[in-house]
Ligand binder design. Structure first.
Ligand SMILES: CC(C)(COP(=O)(O)OP(=O)(O)OC[C@H]1O[C@@H](n2cnc3c(N)ncnc32)[C@H](O)[C@@H]1OP(=O)(O)O)[C@@H](O)C(=O)NCCC(=O)NCCS
Length: 154
């Protein structure tokens, strides 16, 4: 498995962005941002992660996705590790990530990768941001966003 920076046409990655986000409006805004690292298994793309630089050397990890048939093999963890290394090489001091409060699996996943909870953004997944009404994850309505961060030591 190779994790490498992606330099090709970002449209090719739209299906991966769709795995990570239910809003086409949000995907359109995100698609061309930052740097994207992909997991390449013998020529097949099986996952991706995007990292975007913000102010004061604070970066954000976004649009992490692994294709369904390859989940649970450690590829997500490899992608987050690579994203952390990439940001540190760019002299980031902190990495943010956000996920749906309704997605209990993701809340576990990010804490297992060393992130700590930072704050909750209520009603982040509304119609104004392009999210259809009525999305439910594990029986929980998709409403609020949880922000996590990870501080990098010198
Ligand atoms: C989240 C995602 C990237 C994880 O990728 P993955 O390759 O399956 O994860 P890994 O195999 O590296 O798992 C690493 C750890 O997280 C845990 N984990 C991963 N997904 C989990 C889930 N849904 N529920 C609970 N634990 C989970 C694994 O059990 C493993 O735990 P361990 O450290 O105790 O062994 C993948 O499930 C995915 O693409 N989901 C859909 C897109 C998405 O929701 N992206 C995040 C948007 S914020």
């Amino acid at each position: 498995m190779n994790i490498e920076q992606y330099d090709g046409d970002r449209e090719v990655l739209r299906p991966f962005f769709r795995l990570a986000d239910d809003s086409e409006q949000q995907i359109d805004a995100d698609l061309k941002r930052g740097d994207v690292l992909v997991a390449d298994d013998d020529g097949e793309l099986v996952g991706q992660v995007q990292v975007v630089a913000g102010r004061e050397r604070i970066w954000e990890l976004t649009s992490l996705a692994v294709i369904e048939s390859r989940r649970g093999e450690g590829i997500g963890r490899l992608l987050v590790d690579a994203a952390v290394r990439h940001c540190r090489q760019q002299e980031a001091v902190r990495l943010l990530v956000a996920t749906a409060a309704a997605d209990i699996g993701n809340l576990r996943f990010y804490q297992r990768q060393g992130f700590r909870m930072l704050c909750i953004e209520r009603d982040a997944f509304g119609a104004a941001a392009g999210y259809p009404d009525g999305i439910v994850i594990d029986g929980i309505p998709l409403l609020d966003r949880v922000w996590f961060d990870q501080e990098f030591s010198a």
